[in-house]
Write a protein that binds this ligand. Structure first.
Ligand SMILES: [Zn+2]
Length: 456
């Protein structure tokens, strides 16, 4: 019997706002523990949350980019649970009236997007544990997909596309190393042809896109093999261990939380009026897919190059500034830069490098040396060419003098060429290159020599 997997993803994304969702504390990453805190985000009794409008706007922008319907009247709910990372014993979230409903990323349906507060971060040491509240109250968007994916690659492609969209819109930096994008994965298996779903198994809190793919590559065969052995799967929550490359049981259904949601009494409902929606619509950026098509049409790039550049918004922006008269050549150089945000190279330096090669000022091979120096030192190509004395001699006067010397010194090659042996010209070009110490522009040498030999 053949089996197939059914995969749905819940993605948590930290929004790029200056301050937290219900207080004025900064959201900057990497500060000393518990220095970005106040009574609100520490969960003191008696405090009142104040909604951050920018977080609402960014969530709506994300919804519009994904093609969601924006809920004009949504509200906040309390999700009750106790855990040391949430000392007020509830998290403010959205239950039955999320901000965004429906939508699509590629072929995968998006069920809903809602907004909530991130919790604090726990650290476990040898003999004790610590909690850092700097993260508590960071605006967190939860994007829930439909169970439309069937393979680990589907999940990988969905997450990659989703990340591209959110980064492009400035909604989040989605820096996974900083925990700005985390993912829970629901996966079940069933015999091919069966319509009902198998027992849903949740893998919690993965923080890399490739980790999600690897976890599914482990988990799907695990479930299929269990069914093939005649075992029964049960609904459960598992944890992915990236080092071991395995998933582990965390808890079964009987230990599932009952969150006892109820409407949050301390916050007003969210009303999105026409004016606000129109303002956010005006901020809609060009989406990655549209940009890929434009790169092919406007710059004549191959699909592959357009895909590589657009996958990284910063790389694509850099390319647009550097494209110049020969976008394909500019793209070739840019695609070799691994860290575009920290590179010392300026976009206009790529334009200059391409122009220098295209004009025959330096050879393509010399271009590689110049580029290496640009990467290392951030100097403009013109300066490197000058410092290294790389400029090819394109001065016709100098080349003519060398050509005459070469013709005078090589009567046999001259005679061969005149007798119809075109290859004899190469020997003369070689002589001129030698006389110019390799700096003459070979194409120019060739045409000067040919002209001289044919003319006389
Ligand atoms: Zn605070």
């Amino acid at each position: 019997m053949d089996f197939e997997a059914v995969i749905g993803l819940e993605v948590h994304v930290q929004l790029k706002t200056r301050t937290k969702i219900f207080c004025g504390c900064a959201t900057d990453f990497g500060a000393e523990p518990n220095t970005r805190v106040c009574p609100v985000c520490l969960g003191y009794p008696g405090v009142l949350p104040v909604m951050n409008e920018e977080a609402i706007r960014k969530t709506i922008l994300a919804g519009l980019m994904i093609g969601c319907d924006i809920t004009r009247h949504s509200k906040w709910d309390r999700k009750n649970y106790f855990y040391p990372d949430m000392p007020k014993n509830y998290q403010i979230s959205q239950y039955d009236l999320p901000l965004c409903l429906g939508g699509k990323v590629g072929a995968v349906g998006v069920t809903r997007i809602h907004l909530e507060e991130d919790v604090a971060k726990s650290f476990h040491f040898a003999t004790n544990s610590g909690v850092d509240f700097n993260r508590a109250g960071t605006p967190l968007m939860e994007i829930v997909s439909e169970p439309d994916m069937r393979t680990p690659e589907d999940a990988f492609n969905y997450l990659t596309a989703l990340k591209e969209i959110l980064v492009t819109g400035g909604v989040s930096d989605c820096d996974m190393e900083k925990g700005q994008l985390r993912c829970d994965c629901n996966v079940s298996v069933r015999p091919v042809g069966q319509v009902t779903f198998g027992e849903k198994i949740e893998i919690k809190n993965m923080n890399s896109i490739s980790g999600v793919k690897r976890a599914l590559e482990y988990e799907i065969p695990r479930q299929i093999n269990a069914l093939k052995r005649g075992e029964k799967l049960q609904q459960e929550t598992r944890r992915w261990d990236d080092d071991d490359g395995k998933t582990f049981l965390m808890r079964t259904k009987e230990y599932a939380h009952d969150y006892r949601y109820f409407p949050e009494p301390d916050l007003m409902p969210v009303v999105v009026d026409d004016t606000m929606l129109a303002e956010i619509r005006r901020q809609l950026p060009e989406l990655p897919e549209a940009r890929r098509h434009r790169f092919v049409a406007q710059y004549g790039l191959p699909d592959y190059d357009a895909g590589v550049l657009v996958a990284n918004g910063a790389l694509a922006n850099f390319f647009e500034q550097a494209a110049g008269k020969n976008p394909k050549a500019a793209a070739n150089w840019i695609m070799t830069v691994s860290e575009i945000t920290t590179t010392p190279i300026q976009p206009e330096h790529i334009t200059e490098l391409v122009a220098a090669i295209d004009a025959g000022q330096i050879s393509g091979k010399q271009g590689k040396d110049v580029f290496a120096e640009m990467l290392a030192a951030g100097k403009p190509p013109a300066l490197i060419i000058k410092e290294k004395g790389l400029a090819q001699v394109s001065d016709t006067g100098a080349i003519e003098a060398f050509a005459e010397q070469a013709i005078a010194a090589n009567p046999k090659s001259v005679a061969d060429f005149r007798a119809g042996n075109k290859a004899a010209l190469n020997a003369l070009v070689g002589q001129v290159m030698k006389l110019s110490k390799g700096k003459a522009n070979p194409q120019l040498v060739s045409s000067v020599l040919a002209k001289k030999l044919q003319g006389s």
